[in-house]
Design a protein around this ligand. Structure first.
Ligand SMILES: *Cc1c(COP(=O)(O)O)cnc(C)c1O
Length: 373
């Protein structure tokens, strides 16, 4: 007979998932009801309002894709990109590469704009590329590149894209709820995120918002979206059916309760206060982690404050130290992704972990394992 699975106690300070508040876990465990139950639909309407609040948008097409952040990325790409469409993909890390791969699978013609890993996207270089490719339909970029800790100026990138008649598609998986993401004020066309980073919810949900300009492009597609599951026009009939909601797929009912509660927590504290808290904890963490002899990969003014990407000191077997953090201190941090494997540590202080206590404990644990090496 199998015994019940009891997960160990962990402090999740990697690039996600982050720890989940007890209030969110309690919401998750409430009784499952039908996904077309009027009470459930009422909860979904509230959830949409909460999502509009964190995205800072009035877009009616604001909903949740039943899948992880990558599913949000896929939904954004498959709906916007048609075969033959020219797409400028800003590549300054691992997730830019994933975006490119998805655009290619949709038959899009990718014009990559490459930047060193660890640097933000340079809007001037994107503008030069658009000048050379005036028939570009979409500019795709990652706001907070989780592989390197670089934060790009998507407000300026949106202005550049629009100046050349292109839409802007933004990955806000690691930025939403940690730093300002101003969907309306910055005029971002399609933005997706994930539940398990700064939102501190369980993994497996991808909030998405689409503005009127992008919806018009989607409505005018020459070809149907090749993914039935991800087709926004079908999905919105479930999320936004005015008089009746059409069955599309069975919503992850309990996970949506959890997201509702996670967003309520943010609303209670106030979104701006949440951003400020993430920044305060970074300001506290940075000098202390530098005093341990660790250097950031990304220049100060281009950093994601809540994801500390630090270079592994010369001669250190980073996997051994990471393992010791886990076994001796119960702390999970991230290693390097893609071409940065073995070279960096990624320490997230996101969501419920963007507080002094987890940061101080991580500093103490890091000091101990660095001393023992
Ligand atoms: C984590 C992440 C994703 C993917 O999210 P999953 O939930 O792991 O699928 C996409 N983009 C960025 C920038 C991320 O940090």
């Amino acid at each position: 007979m199998m015994t019940t699975f009891q997960p160990p106690e962990r402090l999740l300070l990697g690039p996600g998932p982050t720890n989940v508040s007890p209030r969110v876990l309690e919401a998750l465990s409430r009784p499952t009801i039908g996904h077309l139950d009027p009470e459930f639909l009422r909860m979904m309407d509230e959830l949409r309002t909460l999502l509009q609040y964190v995205f800072r948008t009035r877009n009616p097409v604001t909903f949740v894709v039943s899948g992880p952040g990558t599913a949000g990325m896929e939904a954004a790409v498959v709906n916007l990109v048609e075969p033959g469409d020219k797409v400028v993909v800003c590549k300054n890390g691992y997730f830019g590469e994933r975006l490119q791969a998805m655009v290619e699978r949709c038959g899009g013609q990718v014009v990559p704009v490459e930047f060193p890993w660890g640097r933000a996207v340079d809007p001037q270089k994107v503008e030069d590329t658009l000048k050379a490719h005036p028939d570009t339909r979409v500019v795709a970029c990652v706001h907070a590149e989780t592989s390197t800790g670089a934060l790009s100026d998507v407000k300026t990138l949106a202005q550049v894209a629009h100046r050349y008649g292109a839409l802007i598609l933004v990955d806000a998986v690691t930025s939403l709820g940690g730093v300002p993401v101003e969907v309306d004020a910055w005029d971002l066309d399609v933005v997706y995120s994930g539940s398990q980073k700064c939102l501190s919810c369980v993994p497996g949900l991808a909030p998405v918002t689409v503005n009127a300009r992008a919806m018009e492009v989607i409505r005018r597609r020459r070809t149907p979206v090749q993914s039935w599951f991800m087709d926004i026009t079908l999905l919105t009939a479930y999320w936004h059916g005015e008089t009746r909601r059409a069955y599309h797929h069975t919503a992850p009912v309990n996970a949506l309760y959890a997201l509702h509660e996670a967003l309520r927590l943010i609303q209670e504290e106030g979104l701006e206060a949440v951003w400020a808290r993430h920044h305060r904890v970074y300001e506290m963490f940075r000098p202390a982690v530098e005093a341990l002899g660790l250097a950031y990969l990304t220049p100060e003014e281009e950093r994601v404050p809540h994801l500390n990407v630090l270079q592994v000191p010369e001669g250190v077997d980073e996997a051994v130290l990471r393992r010791r953090l886990l076994t001796d201190f119960g702390i999970e941090i991230g290693g390097g992704l893609g071409r940065l494997a073995g070279q960096v540590w990624r320490i997230g202080l996101m969501g419920v972990n963007a507080h002094p206590r987890p940061a101080l404990y991580a500093l103490y644990a890091l000091e101990q394992v660095l001393k023992q090496r």
